[in-house]
Structure formats: structure tokens, C-alpha cells
Design a protein. Structure first.
Length: 291
């Protein structure tokens, strides 16, 4: 929100928040350099190393000449790309799950619907009433209640509460608003997820009806309406992987544990680049005995 001229000056003079940012950036670069070094130090068995290479992100870039500088070293662009992945994939998932569990604690009937959905998969996995059960991505992929509970929570508490765009050329938006080259457009996803005009009368309630059809199937909702992962050519590249990851985590936690909010604890959003929960979620988590 600070005018560009101000932060650029602070950056040049190495003062204020820009000084802190520069220190943080060099720490992140050190971490990324260490990650790249570890990847090639041969400390793991060859087969294992090969297997790891198939799944970790660094390898997709390290052999690409576009990410190597004139001296054959990883370029600044490589560092920026890997740091971007860390930002894109960590706090977004963490904050989404925090708000989701808050919503589930407040709506125990939705927690029960999820457990009913998980029951057929879990029952043939557990040997006794205390066994912890985990769920594979291919098992959670078709689960509609887990999906609906997740997306509904993300609509009310979008992890990235504001989308920022810069206008490339003078234009008129479909709404009739004129925009000029260089202007900034801020779209509040937080407000949009709570607008009656977009979502109807019960727009602020945590209800799953809008996502699950009467025949029990998931309803299609356009990504231009549900904007948490952005829409169009600059949509989130990690949408699928993060949904797969989050659905498996939700399934395991909801199946194995009961939750209770700590008495007197007040939940408040903390607006920032990521919509965090001020002071985190204070809840008691108890192992569930499955009858
Ligand atoms: C709950 C989880 C996540 C949410 C809500 C989310 C949301 C978003 C949003 C809104 C954008 C668009 C930003 C913009 O251009 O304005 C974006 C971009 C991106 N996301 Fe995610 N993200 C999530 C998880 C992930 C994960 C796990 C990864 C990687 C493993 C990832 C990788 C990316 C990348 C690379 C982009 C840039 C795409 C581009 O500019 O072309 N995201 N994400």
C-alpha cells in the first residue's frame, strides 16, 4: 500500500521495512542455495535420490538453461522462482486449514457428514477402535462433503483476501468502469465471498448446500465466481496439488480426532497478504474412540 517512490527510496537507503526485507531475502536465498546443494551432494542412496528427483520441484528447473547464469550457476530468476513456490504453497495451505477447522468446530453437523462419508473407507482400514487411520489422495479425491466443506470455508475466508492487478492498456470493464494504463485494481475476495448479489441470501452462513446437489454430486461453480485460486491464465498452478493435499489432511484429522474450542477464545482475522487468524486457533484436540 506504500507508494512505490517511498519504498524504492527506503530500499536504496536500506532503511525501515526495506532493510528487514533485504535481510529476510538473503536468508531465504541462503536456504534455497542449501536446498540446491543438498539435492546434489549424493548423501542418499542412488535409487532413493532418483525417486526424490521425480517428485521435488527444484529438479524441474535445475537442468533448464533459462535458469542458469553465464557462469553456469543458478540465476537470480531461479532463486526468485523457488522462493515464490515457498510463499505460494506454505501459508496459503496453513491458513486455509486453520479457518476450515474453525468452521468445522462451529458446525458439528458438517463434521458428522464428513465422518459419515469417510466411514466406509476407514472401517475396513482400522483394526480396532483406537487405530489411527490415514487416507490416500485417490481415496479422498471423490469425497464431496470434504470438498464442499473446504471450498465453502475458502469462500468465506480466502487465504489470499485481495487480488491485485495492474492495468496494461486503457480499457472499459464489463461493469462500465473506465480504467487507465498503470492503474492498480484491487479485488477483495473476502468481500466478494460474502456478497448477496453473488451468492444469494445465506451468503455469510457456513452451509454446504451450494456445493452439493440433491443427487449428492458436487455442483460446478465457475472459478470467476469462486476466486480463491484466481481465474483465467494466471490461475494458481498449485490448485490441484493443494486440494489433494488438504483433502487427505482434513480426512485424517476429522476421522481421528474430536475438537473443542478453548473457552472464552475469540477468533479474529488478521488481514495481511495472507488472511491469518490473529493468535492462531486455540482448540483442544482429543483422540476419537470409534464405536
Ligand atoms: C490453499 C492453497 C492455495 C491457494 C488459495 C492459492 C492461491 C493462489 C492465487 C490466488 C494465485 C494467483 C496470484 C495472482 O497472480 O494474483 C496463485 C498463484 C500461484 N500459485 Fe497458488 N495457491 C495455493 C497453493 C499453492 C501451492 C501448494 C503451490 C505450489 C506447489 C502454488 C503455486 C502457485 C504458483 C506457481 C502461482 C503463480 C501462477 C502464475 O502466476 O502463473 N499455489 N495461487
Amino acid at each position: 500500500m506504500v507508494p512505490a517512490s517511498c519504498w524504492k527510496l527506503m530500499k536504496r537507503l536500506k532503511i525501515g521495512p526495506e532493510r528487514k526485507l533485504a535481510a529476510a531475502q538473503s536468508e531465504l536465498c541462503r536456504f534455497v542455495a542449501e536446498m540446491m546443494e543438498k539435492r546434489g551432494d549424493g548423501s542418499v542412496h542412488m535409487d532413493e535420490q532418483q525417486e526424490n528427483r521425480n517428485v521435488e520441484i527444484v529438479s524441474s528447473y535445475i537442468d533448464d538453461p533459462e535458469y542458469i547464469d553465464d557462469h553456469g550457476k543458478p540465476s537470480g530468476f531461479m532463486y526468485a522462482t523457488l522462493i515464490n513456490y515457498m510463499f505460494a504453497g506454505r501459508d496459503t495451505v496453513g491458513t486455509t486449514l486453520t479457518w476450515l477447522f474453525y468452521n468445522l468446530i462451529k458446525h458439528p453437523h458438517i463434521m458428522s457428514s464428513i465422518r459419515r462419508e469417510l466411514s466406509p473407507i476407514a472401517m475396513h482400514k482400522a483394526n480396532n477402535s483406537t487405530t489411527m487411520v490415514t487416507f490416500e489422495p485417490e481415496e479422498t479425491e471423490p469425497l464431496v462433503y470434504v470438498h464442499a466443506a473446504l471450498f465453502k470455508s475458502m469462500r468465506l475466508y480466502p487465504p489470499g483476501p485481495i487480488e491485485r492487478k495492474t492495468v496494461m492498456t486503457d480499457d472499459v470493464l464489463p461493469s462500465g468502469h473506465k480504467v487507465r494504463r498503470g492503474e492498480t485494481i484491487l479485488i477483495s475476495l473476502y468481500s466478494m465471498g460474502r456478497m448477496e448479489g453473488v451468492w444469494g441470501k445465506d451468503c455469510t452462513e457456513y452451509r454446504l448446500e451450494r456445493w452439493v446437489k440433491e443427487d449428492g454430486k458436487l455442483l460446478y461453480v465457475s472459478s470467476y465466481k469462486f476466486l480463491a485460486f484466481n481465474a483465467g491464465p494466471r490461475s494458481c498452478l498449485g490448485k490441484h496439488i493443494s486440494v489433494v493435499q488438504m483433502k487427505s489432511i482434513i480426512a485424517a484429522i476429522v476421522w481421528n480426532f474430536n475438537f473443542e474450542m478453548v473457552a472464552g477464545y475469540v477468533v479474529e482475522p488478521k488481514p495481511s497478504v495472507v488472511l491469518k487468524m490473529k493468535n492462531g486457533l486455540c482448540a483442544k484436540i482429543l483422540k476419537r474412540r470409534i464405536k
